[in-house]
Design a protein around this ligand. Structure first.
Ligand code: GLU
Ligand code: MG
Length: 442
């Protein structure tokens, strides 16, 4: 192994590695490895019983999966500087494991480089800070009760300890955070940091979620990225801002000076591809039963869900599935807090590239307030709905060969099997809503 890399560990006083990977749901797993075993871990990876680690398509009888670290994604823990987290790609018997989300993204990033392009992504993972009262979970700050809490100075101020600690940690990590705010639901926050290439952002996205949860737990609280924890409040989105750049010059190939939205023809075709595959994409970017409770237009306490319901795009209009907030990039707003940070960019890229290859025209931008659009308006414009349930999204994904190809046919089939089990478990459960509504009336 590169002696300079090895020296870095000694120079920085790093004593342990957290060799990490994520499974299908995006949940991070890890093993703690002392750096005295750096060389063999760098070569062979850290071993795990796959069946115990989550959805990686292994049975209890299978050979170990090994997370082979990619030191490019190394992050020294700002709150415990003798430990470094390092993301890895799964291997089995020395071969890349097709059921590894990070490996899937790496494959797409490499193929894109063959086209001379880089995918740049900025991500906006919203989260809520909660407290537990016995079995009951509630927004932690009992003074945070405004019906329009977005940007509230007092609520932001009451949370400064946690928020400034996270922002400070991001600065130490070199992510260049540039803003943090109270979002539209009570106890909901967002921290923005500078975009990077897709793999760097994906690694940071995983680390960010874990860091926010960890630093909240250290304060006796907990953080959730669950898409829709409370019916009456806006949910947790995780909007993805995408653009393609020339790998040689870094020039943004989505920028188009002549265009009213500031998009190039390439960007428009990419956009056309994302819209074309939107219904199947939902299965990846809004991957849980709960995701579809966020994608509604019924008003929340604040007056809007801010989440998309239709397959549309527009300029700086937050009722659209895709917003063009400024020149040279698109913001995909359907992605939520449960989306896998690696599979999401892989699927979005595959959809966008299909749009470029087939020159799919996105049509004119939509300017309406879609939360108030009438049935006639939707029909006259031939506006399609996003799936209303996970089951619908999975059916659309199953029929979309481009998206299945994005995961690889084997992984796509496994993804569908895991997610259909999840849907069936939900479908077979009887909720409080049902007993309240039907028990005494049927
Ligand atoms: N929380 C909203 C969502 O679920 C997004 C609010 C915003 O525009 O930042 O997507
Ligand atoms: Mg937001």
């Amino acid at each position: 192994m590169d002696p300079r890399l090895k020296a870095q560990f000694t120079d920085k006083g790093i004593r342990f590695l957290l060799c990490s990977f994520v499974e299908l749901a995006g949940t991070p797993k890890a093993k703690l490895v002392p750096v005295t075993h750096l060389e063999d871990t760098a070569r062979d990876g850290a071993g795990f019983a796959g069946f115990a680690a989550g959805d990686v398509n292994q049975g209890p009888h299978d050979t170990d999966i090994c997370s082979v670290p990619d030191f490019g994604g190394l992050a020294v823990l700002p709150w415990k500087k003798d430990i470094a987290w390092v993301p890895g790609n799964l291997h089995v018997n020395g071969r890349p494991w097709p059921f590894c989300p990070r490996t899937t993204l790496c494959r797409h990033v490499d193929a894109l480089a063959q086209r001379g392009l880089t995918l740049n992504i900025g991500v906006e993972p919203e989260f809520m800070i909660l407290a537990k009262d016995g079995e009951q979970v509630r927004p932690w700050d009992t003074l945070d009760t405004l019906s329009k809490p977005c940007y509230d100075l007092r609520a932001l101020h009451r949370n400064l300890d946690l928020i400034t600690t996270v922002v400070g940690a991001m600065q130490e990590l070199g992510w260049q955070p540039y803003a943090a705010d109270h979002e539209d639901a009570n106890c909901q926050f967002e921290i923005n940091w500078t975009y990077s290439d897709a793999l760097t952002t994906a690694d940071r996205h995983v680390f960010f979620k874990w860091m926010v949860k960890t630093l909240a737990e250290q304060r006796g609280l907990f953080a959730t990225f669950m898409p829709k924890p409370f019916q009456h409040l806006t949910g947790n989105g995780s909007h993805f801002h995408l653009s393609l750049a020339s790998a040689a010059t870094g020039e943004n190939v989505f920028a188009g000076e002549e265009d009213p939205l500031g998009l190039s023809q390439t960007a428009r075709w990419f956009l056309g591809g994302v819209l074309h595959h939107a219904r199947g994409l939902a299965a990846i970017v809004a991957p849980t039963v709960n995701s579809y409770k966020r994608l509604v237009r019924r008003a929340t306490r604040s007056g809007a869900t801010w989440a998309p319901v239709y397959v549309t795009y527009g300029a700086s209009n937050r009722t659209q599935m895709i917003r063009v907030p400024g020149p040279g990039r698109i913001e995909v707003r359907v992605v939520d807090g449960a989306a896998n940070p690696y599979l999401t960019p892989a699927a979005l890229l595959a959809a966008g590239l299909d749009g470029i290859d087939r020159q799919l025209d996105p049509g004119p931008p939509n300017t309406a307030n879609l939360y108030e659009a009438s049935e006639e308006y939707l029909v006259s414009r031939k506006i399609d709905f996003l799936p209303a349930t996970l089951a619908e999204a999975l059916d659309a994904f199953a029929e979309d060969s481009v998206l299945r190809g994005a995961l690889g046919e084997e992984y796509a089939a496994y993804y569908l099997a895991v997610k259909r089990r999840e849907w069936n478990a939900y479908h077979e459960s009887v909720s409080a809503w049902e007993t309240d509504r039907y028990l005494l009336h049927c």
